[in-house]
Design a protein around this ligand. Structure first.
Ligand code: PGA
Length: 260
């Protein structure tokens, strides 16, 4: 039987909005976006806002995600926050985002340790993978995706796979307005599911939710949601506009049941 994977829309607010602004914005979204059985909506505010928002939020309506954390559970790591400390506050963690990989020089080892730390603390990892513009121009897109997946998942067993979400985010498409063609996304999602199949078997590859992210707008959302094997979207810029984000969630609600 083909599994029905619940659609997932994630809004990554990045380093935007103060704590007060984040709280007001959550109120606004809560008024606009109804609870829907076929779509899960996840918000990733600044770390500072997570705790107050976790008290404010209706968890049936929105889940929360952390944008970054350190992979050890506790210890002498001045300035860091762990998945252990976040476990009652967030349900998801964005890991391996290209801004972390390339602006903060996170290594493959950091990323795989974070994926493992999230799972250990019952937080669902959203592992971001995607090629740079030079990898793309050299025809290395598929290899880049495979390498990041193999490395990022190296500490997970097949029992952990039901928690995993993978986001395909071509680096050249993030925040640039230069979005991938749905046919590029079709190919990348195939590579992702095939790699998971090779590592963990067919059942796992059908269970894992795969998102697309990179300059998604309300007008492009439906095209990506229609791609076979895509279960949702990771939204940056458009998640900071309540009209745009609401429209994207509505598009997910209206898109056909997700099939392999
Ligand atoms: P964008 O960001 O939608 O602004 O391109 C996507 C992301 O960073 O995940």
């Amino acid at each position: 039987m083909t599994p029905q994977r619940k659609k997932l829309i994630v809004g990554n607010w990045k380093m935007n909005l103060s704590v007060n602004e984040a709280s007001l914005y959550l109120h606004k979204l809560a008024d606009r976006i109804p609870v829907r059985r076929n779509v899960e909506v996840v918000l990733a505010p600044t770390l500072l806002a997570l705790q107050p928002l976790s008290l404010q939020v209706n968890r049936r309506q929105f889940k929360l995600a952390v944008q970054n954390f350190y992979w050890r559970d506790n210890g002498a790591f001045t300035g860091e926050v762990s998945a252990y400390q976040l476990q009652s506050i967030v349900q998801y963690a964005i890991i391996g985002h290209s801004e972390r990989r390339y602006k903060f020089h996170e290594t493959e080892k950091d990323i795989r340790n974070k994926v493992q730390a999230a799972v250990r603390n019952r937080i669902q990892p959203i592992l971001c993978v995607g090629e740079t513009v030079s990898e793309r121009s050299m025809g290395e897109t598929n290899d880049a995706i495979r390498d990041q997946l193999i490395s990022g998942l190296a500490n997970l067993t097949s029992d952990d796979l039901d928690m995993l979400v993978v986001a395909y985010e071509p680096v050249w498409a993030i925040g640039t307005g230069d979005n991938a063609k749905p046919s590029d996304v079709t190919d990348a999602v195939k590579v992702i599911r095939n790699q998971i199949k090779q590592l963990y078997g067919a059942k796992a590859s059908e269970m894992v939710r795969v998102l697309y992210g990179g300059s998604v707008t309300p007008s492009s959302a439906a095209d990506y949601l229609a791609v076979k094997g895509v279960d949702g979207l990771l939204i940056g810029g458009a998640s900071l506009d309540s009209h745009d984000f609401t429209e994207i969630v509505t598009k997910a609600h209206n898109s056909n049941a997700v099939k392999i």
